[in-house]
Design a protein around this ligand. Structure first.
Ligand code: MN
Length: 286
């Protein structure tokens, strides 16, 4: 199943890569719960609703054409966004970084930094570089606390494409990667039944149509199960929490007017813009 948010806050089932079937009636989230609350509820009830959703997919003649709707991020305000640093050896080498995910653990990105397809990354500063990083995103489906690697997939709802946009510099990762708009997520969530091996997917990113990253998730130092198990040993994971699994080689600086595209095998592709419209000189704090 491919679960999307579209036309504001409507819940959609994407069928055959071309139709969106409105399934908003399956859960009722109060409007004051904020954007995407319905998706978080749906993810928490996927086990019981899966059959009903499959039925809707079969009657998808009634759906809207994907080209007619405006997709937003499937998880506009996840409970939390975690990310694995330095999880690809080739990226570590290009960054001349010391330490891998095994030494560094995971870090948090602000959940307010999420944007969706067609929105724009806002460069904060006129005089500091910002890089793009395409990553496989794990979407949690069940409350997970200290789960083992063997049982980790029981707690995963599915996967999505994540861009972990990064201000270059010396501040902590959580600061450099938490600016508003720095976590594009899209185009939808693909449930795990459609992704038998998330540890072997092609991942590609382009800037202005030029291929920058082209790798397989089999190159990850820690695979999906290990990342989920480790993260759940630190903090309880909840439905809709997202874990970005690290970026392969090929990150590069993005500039005003650029377009960044991320595509992962079986998960789809999406694109965001880049703007320096409100950028200011970086402040110097003492
Ligand atoms: Mn990253």
């Amino acid at each position: 199943m491919r679960l999307a948010l579209f036309d504001g806050d409507r819940l959609g089932l994407v069928a055959n890569d071309e139709k969106v079937v409105d399934i908003s009636d399956l859960v009722s989230a109060p409007a004051e719960a904020g954007p995407g609350a319905a998706m978080l509820m749906l993810l928490g009830k996927l086990d019981t609703l899966a059959e009903e959703i499959e039925q809707r997919a079969k009657s998808s003649e009634s759906g809207l054409s994907l080209s007619e709707v405006k997709l937003s991020s499937p998880l506009p305000r996840p409970g939390k966004v975690l990310a694995a640093p330095m999880n690809y050896a080739a990226h570590r080498a290009e960054q001349k970084a010391s330490g891998s995910v095994a030494e560094l653990g995971v870090f948090l990105k602000a959940n307010s930094s999420v944007i969706g397809p067609g929105e724009s990354i806002q460069l904060p500063y006129t005089d500091r570089d910002v890089d793009q990083e395409g990553e496989l995103g794990i979407v949690i489906g069940r409350e997970a606390k200290r789960v083992t690697e063997e049982e980790a997939f029981d707690y995963v709802a599915g996967y999505t494409c994540v861009m972990d946009i990064t201000l270059k510099g010396q501040e902590l990762r959580s600061t450099r990667k938490s600016f508003d708009t720095f976590t594009p997520i899209g185009p939808w969530i693909t449930t795990k039944d459609e992704v038998p091996d998330p540890d072997d997917l092609q991942l590609r990113t382009w800037v202005n149509g030029e291929l920058k990253q082209d790798a397989r998730t089999s190159e990850m130092i820690w695979g999906v199960a290990k990342i989920v198990a480790f993260a759940s040993s630190v903090m309880t994971l909840y439905p809709g929490d997202v874990i970005a699994t690290g970026t392969p080689a090929g990150t590069c600086t993005i500039k005003d007017g650029d377009t960044v595209t991320c595509e992962i095998e079986k998960l789809g592709r999406f694109e965001v813009g880049v703007t320096a419209k409100d950028a200011v000189p970086a402040p110097h704090y003492e």
